[in-house]
Design a protein around this ligand. Structure first.
Ligand code: T3D
Length: 261
């Protein structure tokens, strides 16, 4: 029996999603995107899941679109529909997921694989990993949100350099540029990912989801619009049991015990 190209494992309140085609550096087929989307739907709103890790199996994170997946590439006129029906929904799902998502970039992230990592809330890349906006090398443009995330993360000059030159950058440079959260050494990578996921999974999950939403919408808002968003979302956060617990713990000078609602 062939192993599923998307693995979903649960460890307590942490869900780990693994892109699982290591012999193809986890290049994405349409079937795989469908499975990833279904797994994200399972996780979304599940109160027992309070942090998500997205990673790759083997030596890479993801090599982007599988360039041999005939379902995707035989008819180039179909690419619009591939992007709209298969890539865009997954990117929207990750951005809207009520739980925080860590991209654990265990090796190269290329093309849509790079965009997929940048769609996540916290990107931790192994020091030896690298990012390649490889689209330009094959005559395509950054998709799966790449042209949206890159200028917001690194500024227009670097976004254009990365996109037009398709030059790979190391995890260390990506961290220095503010494109990702951190680039721990290869030896420490797995424990940093685990610790970060554990920390997130013990935090006030609803507030984290609302904070993520506030920051994601801020990019296309005026200050006035954003102040209104904050007022609305703060009111929602204040209705949670975790807010009561957070305040009580502060006043009682003890560590809070958040329950995620
Ligand atoms: O629908 C649409 O098409 C629109 C959507 C487009 C979105 C995109 O993502 S476009 C960009 C697609 N991705 C790329 O162009 C990257 C292609 N891959 C590479 O440039 C390199 O493989 C890497 C830089 C990622 C890694 O290089 P390296 O030297 O570490 O590994 P390798 O030897 O190139 O790859 C190992 C195997 O994986 C190899 O197969 P083999 O020779 O052992 O049988 C290679 O062909 C395969 N592989 C790697 N990337 C892909 C792939 N097979 C299919 N599709 C791939 N994208």
């Amino acid at each position: 029996m062939t192993e599923s190209p998307i693995l979903l494992q649960r460890d307590g309140a942490i869900a780990r999603l693994t892109l699982n085609r290591p012999d193809r550096i986890n290049a994405l087929t349409l079937a795989m995107l469908g499975e990833l989307s279904a797994a994200l739907s399972d996780i979304d709103g599940d109160e027992t899941v309070r942090a998500v890790i997205l990673t790759g199996s083997g030596r890479g994170f993801c090599a982007g679109q599988d360039l041999t997946d005939h379902a995707a590439v035989d008819d180039t006129r179909a690419i619009r529909s591939v992007v709209e029906r298969h890539y865009n929904p997954v990117i929207r799902q990750i951005r809207a997921l009520t739980q925080p998502v860590i991209a654990a970039v265990n090796g190269v992230a290329a093309g849509a694989g790079c965009s997929l990592a940048l769609a996540c809330d916290i990107v931790i890349a192994k020091e030896s990993a690298y990012f390649s906006n490889a689209f330009g090398k094959i005559g395509l443009i950054p998709d799966a949100g790449g042209s949206y995330f890159l200028p917001r993360l690194v500024g227009q000059a670097r976004a254009l350099g990365l996109s037009l030159l398709a030059a790979p950058i190391s995890a260390k440079v990506a961290a220095d540029w503010g494109m990702i959260w951190s680039a721990p050494s290869d030896a420490e990578f797995e424990s940093v990912v685990e610790e970060t996921a554990k920390t997130l999974s013990e935090m006030p999950t609803v507030a984290l989801g609302l904070a993520k939403h506030a920051i994601n919408v801020s990019g296309h808002h005026s200050l006035e619009q954003q102040l209104a968003v904050e007022a609305e979302l703060q009111a929602q956060a204040a209705e949670t049991e975790d807010y009561q617990e957070g305040r009580a713990a502060f006043l009682e000078k003890r560590k809070p015990r958040f329950i995620g609602r």
